[in-house]
Write a protein that binds this ligand. Structure first.
Ligand SMILES: [Ca+2]
Ligand SMILES: [Ca+2]
Ligand SMILES: [Ca+2]
Length: 433
């Protein structure tokens, strides 16, 4: 019995020892790093190839002589290998100690994805390009030598760790033109006993502390669209960061944004459905999945059939003309139909809204009576609710008619009266004989 117990205790210690190492890495932690490379570069013509890596100071300046602007930039490099894998950096603070402050400066910190430079070879000419957008800035006040100043450089540190790089480069510069001989100097790691060397404080939290899933938002505007369009999904996560955003369109198989891009709506429908959600790097899934319905797409123009006219034969000067037409639309339905007419091929078109007559399923508008001999041309334009439009442009033969000329009217009217009289006579003879 005793022997068995001893074995169990020994096992427990082994598991405990193995677990202890993991637990240390899973705890929040912090390291203070000292720059492994620090130097500055100078844009003055005679100094563009100069190296200052062994100097006991680092300089930042910006000044103008004649019409040329000159600058000194400070370059810093830190080794992040002591930051454990799989943690989330929540604080990264750069600290520099001033030695000379000629006037008040605003010193901006920039990230640089290239860390292959060394402090003893870097010059203004061979420096890598750095991110032109600064991460943060700090005001260095005139008359404050021998003082520590801080910059938030979390973007640079996170970028390096996300790219699985162990090195991080930070560039410091001023963007405002200062006095001709002014500058700010910081102590380099070569100064004195190194106590004032540039420092980088990195604090992290373990991913396992992250129990909150991401939040995903869409940017659909709720409106009808007339062409395939993308709904952009944007996800945020409080700690570990977003690992992936997923979606399903109309219950099709699941897709993810990194492989398939943002959801593209291509199906014509008044009620497309998008299900979407994200998962963070700690494995927390956004539940329940979000559902967006009523995504509207209509790529099809209305259909305008051949219109009819009443009267459809001769048109007299005192007659108005009613135009009727069948217009339909797939998906979003007809929004409006307009008849425009012009007389004698004039440049001015008069618009008449066409009203829907539900008893005959036709849109109708009445063109007012016109003087004799007038030629009338009309066209019909219809829009659906999505904004697609179709046009009968008036070049079709049935879109033109002419009010009969006066002499024809004088000719036709007696003929019409005679024909009517004859018809009456024939009728009476048939029925009363
Ligand atoms: Ca140095
Ligand atoms: Ca989270
Ligand atoms: Ca349509």
């Amino acid at each position: 019995m005793k022997r068995a117990c001893t074995t169990i205790v020994a096992l427990g210690i082994m598991i405990g020892a193995a677990g202890f190492v993991l637990l240390v890495e899973a705890r929040p932690g912090q390291v203070t790093l000292t720059a492994i490379d620090d130097t500055y570069v100078n844009s003055v013509e005679g100094n563009v190839d100069s190296n200052y890596g062994a100097a006991y100071f680092l300089r930042v300046s910006k000044w103008q002589f004649s019409s040329t602007v000159y600058e000194r930039l400070t370059w810093l490099k830190f080794d992040l290998s002591s930051v454990p894998d799989g943690v989330v950096v929540d604080v990264a603070t750069l600290q520099l100690h001033t030695s000379t402050v000629v006037e008040t400066y605003t010193v901006y910190a920039h990230s640089c994805s290239v860390s292959s430079w060394t402090e003893l070879t870097l010059t203004y000419s061979n420096k890598p390009s750095f991110n032109p957008t600064s991460m943060s800035s700090t005001v260095i006040l005139a008359g404050t030598p021998t003082k520590w100043y801080n910059w938030n450089v979390i973007d640079a540190v996170r970028n390096s760790l996300n790219n699985e790089a162990n090195l991080v480069t930070i560039v410091l510069r001023e963007t405002t033109i200062r006095g001709l001989l002014s500058f700010v100097s910081f102590d380099s790691k070569e100064e004195g006993n190194g106590a004032h060397a540039p420092k980088l404080i990195v604090h992290w939290i373990p991913v396992t502390d992250d129990s909150n899933p991401p939040t995903t938002l869409h940017d659909y505007d709720g409106l009808w669209h007339t062409a395939d369009f993308t709904t952009t999904l944007t996800a945020t996560d409080d700690l570990s960061g977003v690992a992936e955003t997923y979606y399903k369109i109309n219950d099709a198989p699941t897709q993810n944004v990194s492989a398939h891009g943002q959801p593209l709506i291509t199906m014509e429908n008044a009620n497309n459905r998008l299900e979407y959600w994200s998962i963070d790097k700690a494995g927390n899934e956004e539940l329940p999945h979000k559902i967006l319905t009523g995504i509207k797409l209509d790529k099809t123009c209305p259909t305008i059939k051949t219109p009819s006219r009443t009267p459809d034969g001769e048109t007299f000067p005192d007659q108005s003309v009613k135009v009727s037409v069948n217009v339909t639309d797939a998906v979003s339905e007809v929004n409006n139909v307009t008849l425009s007419y012009t007389t004698n091929d004039g440049a001015t078109w008069t618009d008449l809204p066409m009203n829907y007559n539900s008893s005959i399923n036709l849109y109708e508008a009445t063109i007012p009576s016109q003087p004799s001999s007038t030629q009338v041309r009309y066209k019909i334009v219809s829009y659906d609710h999505a904004g697609n439009n179709a046009t009968l442009d008036g070049t079709e033969p049935y879109c033109t008619y002419q009010v009969i000329p006066e002499f024809l009217q004088l000719l036709i009217m007696p003929l019409f009266i005679i024909a009517t009289l004859l018809a009456v006579i024939v009728y009476r003879r048939k029925h009363f004989m």
